[in-house]
Design a protein around this ligand. Structure first.
Ligand SMILES: NC(=O)c1ccc[n+]([C@@H]2O[C@H](COP(=O)([O-])OP(=O)(O)OC[C@H]3O[C@@H](n4cnc5c(N)ncnc54)[C@H](OP(=O)(O)O)[C@@H]3O)[C@@H](O)[C@H]2O)c1
Length: 329
């Protein structure tokens, strides 16, 4: 039987999400890869235990995570029931709807029909009465934003979600979504963008929009799916996301890898590895409530926790990182 560590709240830091009352663990664990029906269940379970033992309270899911779609939620639901039932109030569990989930016109995007049905399905798969955060996963060019936000508001009012958020929305749509939700009386808590050293677009307007709206940000794929680690510097290792055909990278050609080598020198000078530096760099931004890592093994989670050690990045280090990232490789 699993007993979480008694020290689980001793080293993790917790950050306020925008202007809300909710604080998230600086690191969150995402279940996009390595938690589905194709992954070893005992490894998935060990990763959840490792995360919770270290004070990671936030677990990020979506209807379509697997493969097959839905299986990450089913597996997480089983781990919750068997190991974490007594700790439900210590957990922030999120799910999302918007990408392809079931056949026909209601299984994706952002209609009221799709979002409410999908949230019900997610709750059933996870064996939950409510999720802590429910997201619209991607913008829908065809559904009025008022309908999508109205569905999120309904989920909160009906007790199916405590908070709501959006993901992959641009700055203007985010502000519009936040203002519709504010009028409905349900604040938009959080935005989940892709943000890492090689993908800095959110700095061009999105982060300032979120700050203006009092929303928090939670970055996904902060390690560029593993590229911001040392794993691809010489070859594609067995068992990696690239080896499984889920990430395209050519270790001999990819210009980002020369930058990773140069960034590693900055990391080493502060006693970190490149993955830890990449996470500390994302967390430097004041709008960042948390960063969602993925992992294929418990040791990777333990390794990532090292990003919380030590001093904040200095202005000299940040300038050196900017210079590497801006250079032509
Ligand atoms: N909202 C959205 O549209 C959206 C989209 C994508 C992701 N997300 C969320 O963000 C989460 C994280 O995404 P991600 O998995 O792409 O994140 P990531 O942290 O950028 O990449 C995770 C991968 O990096 C490798 N890794 C992690 N820690 C490592 C370490 N310490 N040393 C060496 N390698 C390490 C592992 O690769 P190997 O598997 O190769 O070992 C792991 O699977 C997802 O689970 C999901 O919750 C959301």
């Amino acid at each position: 039987m699993y007993h979480p560590s008694d020290q689980r709240y001793e080293t993790m830091s917790y950050r306020r999400c925008g202007r809300s009352g909710l604080r998230l663990s600086s690191l969150s664990l995402g279940l996009w890869h390595n938690f589905g029906g194709d992954a070893p269940f005992q490894t998935a379970r060990a990763m959840i235990h490792t995360a919770f033992d270290a004070g990671i309270t936030h677990f990020d899911l979506a209807n379509n995570y697997g493969p097959p779609p839905g299986s990450a939620e089913s597996n997480f639901g089983r781990i919750l029931q068997e190991d974490l039932k007594a700790y439900r109030d210590e957990l922030i569990i999120s799910s999302k709807a918007g990408y392809d989930m079931w056949p026909g016109p209601y299984g994706n995007f952002g209609s009221r029909k799709s979002l409410i049905a999908s949230c019900e399905q997610s709750l059933r798969r996870m064996g939950l009465d409510y999720v802590d955060i429910f997201y619209h996963h991607r913008p829908d060019p065809d559904t009025p934003l008022a309908e999508t936000m109205g569905a999120l508001d309904h989920l909160v009012r009906s007790g199916k979600a405590l908070y709501v958020g959006i993901s992959n929305y641009g700055p203007a749509a985010s502000q519009e979504a936040a203002s519709i939700l504010r009028r409905l009386g349900t604040p938009c808590l959080i935005h989940q963008p892709c943000y890492h050293m090689f993908r800095r677009e959110p700095e061009q307007g999105l982060f300032s929009a979120l700050e203006a709206e009092g929303m928090g940000a939670i970055a996904f794929s902060p390690l560029a799916q593993g590229i911001l680690t040392d794993k691809y510097l010489s070859r594609i290792p067995e068992g990696s996301r690239a080896a499984k055909g889920r990430l395209r990278i050519d270790p001999e050609q990819d210009p980002r890898l020369e930058k990773v080598r140069q960034l590693s020198a900055i990391a080493e000078a502060r006693g970190m590895n490149i993955a830890q530096l990449a996470l500390a760099w994302v967390l430097r931004h004041p709008v960042m409530a948390s960063v969602i890592i993925g992992a294929s093994r418990p040791e990777q989670i333990r390794d990532c926790l090292g990003c919380l050690r030590g001093e904040e990045l200095s202005s000299e280090e940040l300038a050196a990182i900017d210079a590497i990232l801006a250079s032509a490789a």
